[in-house]
Design a protein around this ligand. Structure first.
Ligand code: FES
Length: 107
């Protein structure tokens, strides 16, 4: 089992143990974390799965596509640690990942 540590928008901390899944977004949805709307189902078109990655773990992240970059650019809450959680495969490379769900709001 792999571990994922989520901080919600209200500061609640949730520790999750999960089998590998297609994405970090899917792990959070499976745990019924409803702040992650994931309206597009993971096809990189809604931006409602936006998270901030622990800076110490940015080196474990897969490269960002131009589509993801453009979508994140529309958020008022983009930081250097922003990623779409639907674009991060949940596997042993990100075991122990810590993230915070980004606030909502677009430009
Ligand atoms: S779920 Fe829509 S962009 Fe990630």
């Amino acid at each position: 089992m792999l571990k994922l540590y989520v901080t919600t928008r209200t500061g609640k901390r949730i520790a999750i143990e999960s089998e590998p899944r297609r994405s970090v977004m899917e792990v959070m949805r499976h745990e019924n974390i409803d702040e992650v709307l994931a309206l597009c189902g993971g096809c990189r078109s809604c931006g409602t799965c936006h998270v901030h990655i622990d800076p110490a773990m940015m080196g474990s992240m897969p490269p960002m596509s131009s589509d993801e970059d453009e979508l994140l650019e529309k958020s008022l809450h983009r930081t250097p640690y922003s990623r779409l959680s639907c674009q991060i495969p949940f596997n042993e490379k990100v075991d122990g990942l810590r993230l915070t769900i980004a606030q909502e709001g677009s430009k």
